[in-house]
Write a protein that binds this ligand. Sequence first.
Ligand code: PAF
Length: 285
Amino acid sequence: MQTVNTLPALREAVDGLRKAGDLALVPTMGALHDGHLTLVREARRQAASVAVSIFVNPTQFGANEDLDAYPRQLEADARKLAAEGVDLLWAPAVEEVYPAGFATSVSVAGVSDGLCGAFRPGHFAGVATVVAKLFNQVRPDLAFFGEKDWQQLAVIRRMARDLDFTRPHATRIHGVPTVRESDGLAMSSRNAYLSAEDRARAAALPRAMEATIATIRAGEPVPAALASLKRALLEGGFASVDYAELADADMLVPLGALQDGPMRLLVAARIGGTRLIDNMPVPPA
Ligand code: PAF
């Protein structure tokens, strides 16, 4: 595996890899877990070469968020990626991505606004900006993102369509299903912040979500089911619930009742000082 930190070195490496066929990109912020490695394996299955980026992107963190505390473990991550057969690691410094004078932002209206967007102002503009830059830098044929960040995936798909990222174009952005721990908790780099006690309690989140989907499908009105879900989380040790919504899977518009098309149950809740998000598919009515 080749590791590069500058744009000229990246271009040279990418030009070499592309000769072998399709190049896949897996964008990450590092602190790699099995969820990331599943993206890498899927990328390897579908492309001739795989590039992974590791960049803790400052523009997607709010002023009171965990940018400084975010786990950084480049050497351990690089070893994991090499063992997975990754061809190229793109690990730029902040100044390489945002040189002095950087003044451009990509914001995606609509799909960025609700859910996490309402609680983390500017977050999705930071994500869309850095992903647009990564697409321009690496020029991949395919890109892989985890479905755990469902709203992020929707924002990136919209951005890619709107800005004519033909490589990868919208249909070649792949969402990969969430990888879960044995007790159902979605894998996340932020799980490392949880105390042992909070980690044990955190499994209440996927359990409560599954129960909610079952009651909605059994005919309970959606607002009542969502209220019970919030109550169950607070009683289960969560400090607060930012949102619990049933939404259209693509547009992310909140729904008050089941609809014919694909839906998602999406939740963000805080336990200890950590904000966890999760989402699950809800089959059509
Ligand atoms: O999901 C992430 O790790 C980040 O939001 C991403 C897509 C790498 C952009 O910084």
